[in-house]
Each structure stands twice: as C-alpha cells, then as structure tokens.
Design a binder for this molecule. Structure first.
Ligand SMILES: C[S@@+](CC[C@H](N)C(=O)[O-])C[C@H]1O[C@@H](n2cnc3c(N)ncnc32)[C@H](O)[C@@H]1O
Length: 278
C-alpha cells in the first residue's frame, strides 16, 4: 500500500503534459477577478530534487522536462509552465522540478487558496514543511477520493480540482470515473482535471464508457503518447479529462500538444488527440 513514489518519475513526459495543461487551466481561472480554490487530491511532495537518487534511478526527466529546457521555440502558451520550472532553477541549470502544488502556488493570486491532500504520511509531512509559510495553502493527510466529498463545493464557488492518482492498484480507473461523477454532482460548475495513464486497454475502454454513461456534460479528452501502441516497457502515454474546460482551453491544447509531441515522442511513433468525450 502506498509504495508509489513520484520522485522516481518527476519531470517525465507525463508530468510535462499534465503540468503544461494545469498551468493553462490556472491561468484561465485567474482571468476573472473573483477568487478561486485549487484542490489537489493527490499532491505528492510539491518539489523534486532531480539529483536525488530516486530521480536518478531511471532519469525519466531526461526524456521529459530536460528536452523542453534545451529548446528556445516553445509556444508562448507554455510560458506560465516553463516560468514555474525556471523559478525553481534560478541559476539556469535544471536541478529541481516543481510538482503540481508548486505550479499552482506560482499562478494563484493573493486572494486564492489551495487545498493539498496526500495520503502518504511522509510525503504529506514533506509537503507541509514546504508550504509551512504559504498562508494560502492547507495541507491534509487524506484519501484524495474522500477529498472530493470533504472539500467540494468550495466556499468561493469557483474552483479547479486536479486528481492525479498513482494508478498503482487495481480499480483506479473506476475510482476516478466515480470521483468525476461525484465531483460534478457536488459542484456542477467546477473545473476538474483527471490525469490517467494509457495502459490496460480493456480498463481504459471501460473507464471511457463509465465516464460517458455518467451523463456529465462538457468533458474534453486530451491524450499524448510517446511510444507505439504495443509498447510495454514503461508508460506509453497518458491522458487528461477536463470537465467544464474554460473558454479557449481546447484551442490552446490543440496548439500545445502537437509541439509537445514533436519534442517528447520517439521519432515517428507517438501521437496526440483532443476531442469532446461528451
Ligand atoms: C502521481 S503522484 C502526484 C503528483 C502530483 N500531483 C504532481 O503533479 O506533482 C500521486 C500521489 O498520490 C499519493 N497517493 C496515493 N494514493 C492516494 C490516495 N488515495 N489519496 C491521496 N493521495 C494518494 C501518492 O503518495 C503520490 O504522492
């Protein structure tokens, strides 16, 4: 139970995909003056030292953020995300990767708030220590699926939830589909982003069916894969479902994903798509 450690994967292509899109969602919410709440149900430790032996084990960041770091032609839409990465590395060399809480911290305004949940007690302590001086953040030792019930709807009535589970136990797709329906029942106008891996094709199809059958409207599906369909060595690709995507978000994703594909995919073997799931 809770064997997963995100530090092994920090800054990999899946993190780049997730955080580039998360940054666009945060930017969109910050366009309206009214404060909002950011809920991170599976928050991790917030920042990752890439020199740490766990990050060094497979050096996944080399096929992820390190490739973007070396480029000067990123679309302007990626600036909020890349600025958040640069802010962690003020000396100009890539040594630290920001997790979703650190990206949100940078894009929240003074009146906004974030609720960070993490079930691994040690990770939660690391997260609490990192955000100890951040008055806008609340850190909770809580099951992310329970967090939907505990924190939605937020008092601000404006909000973004990222659900980014570790998918290291059976039934995670089904739990995410249930959480999507529950989140929408509680807070129909909220913006919700659900990350998922492209693996277990049968479970993935059942997941899409369950999400469609939930009847929740306005779901955008975004996917990026960097290896061919028969790839089993490690993670082939990943996706995100965004419920109630902000105005213009789909057009932004259609600009961002082809560029990420070019930079992150093995030559000739990846792909990407953006489509309405419901
Ligand atoms: C993929 S990582 C999160 C990464 C983070 N969202 C980011 O983008 O930087 C998943 C995290 O969820 C935690 N976790 C696993 N099961 C959980 C649960 N039921 N509720 C909350 N957190 C959980 C793991 O300890 C791990 O830190």
């Amino acid at each position: 139970m809770l064997a997963y450690r995100h530090h092994f994967h920090a800054g990999n292509f899946a993190d780049v995909f997730k955080h580039a899109l998360l940054a666009r969602l945060l930017v969109a919410l910050a366009k309206k003056e009214k404060p909002f709440c950011y809920l991170d149900t599976h928050a991790g430790i917030g920042r990752y030292d890439l020199a740490h032996r766990w990050a060094q084990k497979n050096r996944e960041y080399e096929a992820g953020i390190a490739r973007l770091w070396a480029r000067r032609d990123a679309p302007a839409l990626l600036a909020p995300y890349l600025d958040a990465v640069r802010a962690e590395n003020p000396d100009g060399s890539l040594g630290v990767y920001p997790g979703s809480p650190a990206i949100a911290q940078r894009l929240l305004r003074s009146g906004d708030r974030m609720v960070l949940c993490e079930l691994n007690p040690r990770d939660k302590e690391a997260l609490r220590a990192r955000f100890a001086r951040e008055r806008r953040a609340g850190v909770h030792l809580l099951d992310g699926f329970q967090a939907v019930k505990a924190f939605l709807p937020p008092q601000e009535r404006r909000g973004l939830m990222l659900m980014d589970p570790s998918f290291d136990r059976k039934g995670e797709y089904a739990r995410v589909a249930e959480a999507l329906a529950e989140a929408h029942r509680r807070f129909a106008t909220g913006v919700f982003a659900f990350w998922y891996p492209l693996m277990e094709p049968a479970a993935l199809r059942a997941f899409e069916r369950a999400v469609r059958d939930s009847g929740v409207p306005r779901i955008l599906q975004l996917e990026l894969w960097v290896h061919p369909a028969d790839w089993t060595a490690d993670l082939r690709g990943c996706g995100m479902l965004v419920v109630n995507p902000p105005f213009g978000f789909d057009a932004e994703a259609r600009e961002i994903l082809p560029w990420l594909l070019e930079v992150l995919a093995a030559p000739g073997s990846g792909g990407q798509r953006v489509r309405a799931l419901s």
